[in-house]
Design a protein around this ligand. Structure first.
Ligand SMILES: C[S@@+](CC[C@H](N)C(=O)[O-])C[C@H]1O[C@@H](n2cnc3c(N)ncnc32)[C@H](O)[C@@H]1O
Length: 226
C-alpha cells in the first residue's frame, strides 16, 4: 500500500504479513463491529475493514487527502450502527465532535449501545436527513459533511445539509451507490450526473474514487464547498 502523508490519524500496520489500515482506539478494549484490536507498545489499534467501511475502502483505493483530523467538527448523515463513524471518532479525538444523523430508531439503538455509550465525541441525532431544521443539538458550522444514506435524492440532501451547516471551503465526502439512484442507468453516467449536481451548486470536485473490489458500483466523491 502506498504511504500518503496527508492521512493524519490513519495508521498503516502489518498484521499476519499483510499491510492493513487502523485507527488508535479512543476506548481501549471496546470493539464496535467485531474488528480486531491490536495492542502495540501501549497503543491499541483498531483494524479498519474496507469491506465494512467505504471510507476505509477509499483510503486504500487512493484517497489523497483525509479532510479532517484531530479536533474536527463533523456532520455524518446515515451513521447506521457506527462502523465508519467510530473510526472518525478515533481520529478526531476528545477535542473533536461528530453529529451522527440516523433515521431508523432500531439502528440508532445499536449505535447507542456500540458507540454513544462509550464515546463522548459522538452525538446522536435520530432524524431524517431531509429535515435538517430539526437537528436541535448542532451548534456552529462543521468542517466536514459525510453522507452515506443510499437514497435516490441523497446528493440533494447532502447539498441542503452543507448549505446549512458546512463552513465556507468546508469538505463533503459523499458515498454514491449507483443502484440506489437509478438501476437502469450505467453507473458511470449516474456518477457523472451526481458530480454535475454538486458543481452546479458551487462545489469543486477534488477526487472521485471507485470503491471496487470492496463495494461494487460505488464511488466516494470528495468535494469542497466554495
Ligand atoms: C449504507 S448505510 C450507512 C453505513 C455507514 N455510513 C457506515 O459506513 O458505517 C445507510 C444508513 O442511512 C440511513 N438512512 C437512510 N435514509 C436516511 C435519511 N433520510 N436520513 C438519515 N438516515 C438515513 C439508513 O437507516 C442506514 O442506516
Amino acid at each position: 500500500m502506498e504511504k500518503r502523508s496527508n492521512l493524519q490519524g490513519v495508521h498503516f500496520i502489518k498484521v499476519d504479513g499483510e499491510e492493513r489500515i487502523a485507527t488508535i482506539n479512543l476506548v481501549p478494549g471496546v470493539q464496535v463491529y467485531g474488528e480486531r484490536l491490536i495492542p502495540d507498545e501501549g497503543i491499541e489499534y483498531r483494524l479498519w475493514d474496507p469491506f465494512r467501511s467505504k471510507l476505509s475502502a477509499a483510503i486504500i483505493k487512493g484517497l489523497k487527502v483525509l479532510p479532517f483530523g484531530e479536533g474536527s467538527k463533523i456532520l455524518y448523515l446515515g451513521a447506521s450502527t457506527g462502523t465508519t463513524a467510530s473510526h472518525i471518532s478515533d481520529i478526531i479525538g476528545e477535542k473533536g465532535i461528530i453529529f451522527c444523523v440516523e433515521i431508523s430508531p432500531r439502528v440508532a439503538r445499536e449505535l447507542m449501545e456500540r458507540c454513544i455509550k462509550y464515546r463522548n465525541n459522538m452525538i446522536p441525532i435520530i432524524e431524517d436527513a431531509r429535515k435538517h431544521e430539526n437537528y436541535y443539538s448542532i451548534f456552529g458550522k462543521v468542517d466536514l459533511v459525510y453522507c452515506d444514506i443510499a437514497q435516490p435524492d441523497q446528493t440533494e440532501i447532502a447539498i441542503a445539509n452543507c448549505k446549512h451547516f458546512l463552513k465556507k471551503n468546508g469538505h463533503l465526502l459523499l458515498a454514491v451507490k449507483s443502484r440506489s439512484i437509478d438501476v437502469t442507468k450505467k453507473p458511470s453516467k449516474v456518477f457523472k450526473e451526481e458530480e454535475e449536481k454538486l458543481e452546479k451548486s458551487g462545489f469543486k470536485i477534488e477526487q472521485v474514487i471507485e470503491l471496487e473490489p470492496f463495494d461494487k458500483d460505488h464511488v466516494l466523491i470528495h468535494a469542497v464547498m466554495k
